[in-house]
Ligand binder design. Sequence first.
Ligand SMILES: [Zn+2]
Length: 176
Amino acid sequence: MEQCLFCNIIAGKIPSYKVYEDNSFVAILDINPANPGHLVLLPKAHMSSLMEMSEQDMFKFFTIARALSLSLLEFGAEGVNFLYAMGETAGQRSPHMLMHIIPRYKNDKVKFVWEPKKFSEEEFKTQQQKISSLIYKGAQPQQQTSTPQPQQPTQAPQEKQEKKIYTLEPRQGGYW
Ligand SMILES: [Zn+2]
């Protein structure tokens, strides 16, 4: 992944302000920070999203994220936001997955804004039912992402649909 900015940062080809590093993960200061101490935590191995991370590594990832947020609180932050975007529509701009760990200070003018949408009880129930019926797929990311599609000609249409929802279409288009 010679073209990936973050792979080059991890390899030391591009300078960065590292605050944490182990065999699998690196945390650096964001050079376009929302606040002083704004960190970016990323896996050393190139991957486009959390879907490609093993459960064991996810445990480490969030354990490190928690440790970093505690250090930010010691640093002077009064609160911390984790900001992770999966998919271009969600705001993912980097092909290398990363999570922002943003220290918050009173009156820092950092805003995460959305306009609340209105749904009827019926609409909420439909969303609840659809999502809860699909969620078990999310508990098995490794199995889902490593299953080659062409070798599953006998798969039921319903299963295919679930798989499509789960594995995120954009990754198949070569953008990621
Ligand atoms: Zn990369």
